[in-house]
Design a binder for this molecule. Structure first.
Ligand SMILES: O=C(CO)[C@H](O)[C@H](O)COP(=O)(O)O
Length: 156
C-alpha cells in the first residue's frame, strides 16, 4: 500500500519516525516533507500537498502530523475529495476507516508517546471501510462538495 506522509515543524520528528517504520513494514512511503526542522514550517503547504497526492493516487492513504493534528486535518480536508479524520486513539483511528472511509489521519505528535502513535497509525492503516449506510453519508457530503447544495434536512 502507498502511504503519503506530511507534517509541520511540530510533527517532523514523528513523521520521520513513521517514514522509516512504515517502509520497514513494507509500505511504499512518500515523504512530502518537511525534510529538516525549521520552526517556520507551517502545516498548510505540507498537509494540503499530502492530501492532494492521496486524492490523486487511488488506493493510497495519508498521515498528516502536527502538534495536535487538528490544523493538519483541517488543511487536508480543504482538498476536494479528501476525507481526513483526527485519529486520537486506536478506536477513532479504526472508525475513521471503517465508518468514514477516511483517506488521511491527523495525528498529534505532542499528544502521544511514540508507541501510542504507532498503535493509532497501525489501527488506521489496517482497518477497512464497511460501506453500506456509511457510504450513503459519504455520498451526501461528496454531493455537497460537488454542487454546493447542502444535503436536505429530513422532513420530520
Ligand atoms: O498542531 C498544530 C496545528 O493544529 C501545530 O503543530 C501547532 O499549532 C504548532 O505550534 P507551535 O507553532 O507553537 O509549535
Amino acid at each position: 500500500m502507498r502511504i503519503y506522509l506530511g507534517s509541520d515543524h511540530a510533527g517532523l520528528e514523528l513523521k520521520n519516525h513513521f517514514a522509516e517504520r512504515l517502509s520497514g513494514l513494507g509500505y511504499e512511503v512518500t515523504d512530502v516533507g518537511p525534510a529538516v526542522y525549521d520552526a517556520a514550517d507551517d502545516y498548510p503547504p505540507f498537509c494540503v500537498e499530502t492530501a492532494r497526492r492521496v486524492v490523486a493516487d487511488e488506493g493510497s492513504l495519508g498521515i498528516v502530523i502536527g502538534g495536535s493534528g487538528n490544523g493538519e486535518q483541517i488543511a487536508a480536508n480543504k482538498v476536494p475529495g479528501a476525507r481526513a479524520a483526527l485519529a486520537w486513539n486506536e478506536d477513532t483511528a479504526r472508525l475513521a476507516r471503517r465508518h468514514n472511509n477516511a483517506l488521511l489521519a491527523g495525528i498529534g505528535a505532542r499528544m502521544h508517546t511514540v508507541e501510542e502513535a504507532e498503535r493509532i497509525v497501525d489501527a488506521f492503516l489496517t482497518a477497512e471501510f464497511e460501506g453500506g449506510r456509511h457510504q450513503r453519508r459519504i455520498d451526501l457530503l461528496a454531493e455537497y462538495e460537488r454542487t454546493g447544495e447542502p444535503p436536505a434536512l429530513p422532513g420530520k
